[in-house]
Design a protein around this ligand. Structure first.
Ligand code: NAP
Length: 260
C-alpha cells in the first residue's frame, strides 16, 4: 500500500457504485479511512464491508439521501463523533435527459435538488469543523456539462454549472482557512448513469442506443468512455498534500473533448 492519504478521513457521497465507489477504492488503497454515503442501505453496507476487508482501513456506512438536509446534518454529526473529516467528496448526482420543453417542473427540480442542494447541505455541515481546524479539502463532482451546453439535458447542465460556480466562490471564501475547494469535470464515464442517459438521449432523438453511443464517441479524441478509476486518480491528487497550491479549479477529465 502506498500511503498518500494515510491518517486522513474522507466523507464520500454517492459511494456505492460508479465514480464514488472508484474514489472510495482509490482513497482506501492510499490509506484513508472512509465514511460512505448513498441511499440504498444494503448495497452501501456491502460496499463498506468489502473495502474495509480489502484495504484494512476503517469504513462506516451512512445510508441517507443528500436532498434531506436534516439527515445530512445528522450524518455529518455521526461521522465527526468518530473523528475529523479531512476530505469531503460531493459525488452523489442524478441525470435526466429531456428536451427543454419536455421537462416537467418536478424533473427539473429533482436534478437540482440532488446535484446542487445536496452539495449545499453536506458542505454547509462539514465546513465549520474544517474552518476551526484550518485544514480541509472539498472535491465536487461537476462535469464537462458544467462548462458548456449540451442538447436535451438542460437541467443537468444547469446543475453542473452551479457546482462549478459554487466551487469557485467557496474556494475564494475558504482560502483564508486553509480549506481548498476544487471540482472534477469528467466527460462520459462508464457507469450506470451513463448507460441511463445514453439510452434517454437515444429515445429523445428517435435512434437506437448503438447509434447514440457512436454519436457520443464521435465527439471525443480518445475514442472510448472514461473508466471510473481514471476520475478517481485525480481525486486522490486533489485530496493529497501534493495539491497544496491547487484551488478553485474545475478540472476536465475528458480525453480532450473540451479542447475542440
Ligand atoms: N457517468 C458520467 O458520465 C458522469 C460524467 C460527469 C460527471 N458525473 C458525475 O459524477 C457523479 C457520479 O456519477 P456516476 O456516473 O458514478 O453515477 P451513478 O453510477 O448513477 O452512481 C450514483 C451514486 O450516487 C448515489 N446517489 C444518487 N442519488 C443520491 C442521493 N439523492 N443521495 C445519496 N446518494 C445518491 C447512488 O446510490 P443510491 O442510488 O443507492 O443512492 C450511487 O452510489 C455525479 O455527480 C455525476 O453527475 C458523471
Amino acid at each position: 500500500m502506498s500511503a498518500r492519504l494515510l491518517g486522513k478521513t474522507a466523507l464520500i457521497t454517492g459511494a456505492s457504485r460508479g465514480i464514488g465507489l472508484a474514489i472510495a477504492e482509490a482513497f482506501a488503497r492510499e490509506g484513508a479511512n472512509l465514511a460512505l454515503n448513498a441511499r440504498d442501505p444494503v448495497k452501501l453496507q456491502e460496499t463498506a464491508d468489502a473495502l474495509a476487508a480489502a484495504h484494512g482501513v476503517r469504513v462506516t456506512a451512512h445510508a441517507c439521501d443528500v436532498t434531506d438536509r436534516d439527515a445530512m446534518q445528522r450524518m455529518v454529526q455521526n461521522v465527526e463523533a468518530e473523528g475529523n473529516i479531512d476530505v469531503l467528496v460531493n459525488n452523489a448526482g442524478v441525470h435526466k435527459a429531456r428536451p427543454f420543453l419536455e421537462y416537467t417542473f418536478e424533473d427539473f427540480r429533482d436534478v437540482l435538488e440532488t446535484n446542487v442542494y445536496g452539495v449545499l447541505h453536506v458542505t454547509q455541515f462539514v465546513l465549520p469543523a474544517m474552518i476551526a481546524r484550518k485544514h480541509g479539502r472539498v472535491i465536487n463532482l461537476a462535469s464537462t456539462a458544467g462548462k458548456g451546453g449540451t442538447r436535451n439535458q438542460s437541467a443537468y447542465n444547469a446543475s453542473k454549472h452551479a457546482v462549478v460556480g459554487l466551487t469557485r466562490c467557496l474556494a475564494l471564501e475558504m482560502s483564508a482557512h486553509n480549506v481548498l475547494v476544487n471540482a472534477i469535470c469528467p466527460w462520459v464515464v462508464d457507469t450506470d448513469m451513463a448507460t441511463g442517459f445514453i439510452s434517454e438521449h437515444a429515445k429523445n432523438l428517435g435512434i437506437d442506443v448503438e447509434q447514440a453511443t457512436k454519436n457520443f464517441l464521435s465527439m471525443v479524441p480518445i475514442k472510448r468512455f472514461i473508466r471510473p478509476e481514471e476520475v478517481a486518480n485525480l481525486a486522490v491528487f486533489l485530496a493529497s498534500d501534493e495539491s497544496s497550491y491547487v484551488n478553485g479549479q474545475s478540472w476536465a477529465v475528458d480525453g480532450g473533448y473540451s479542447m475542440i
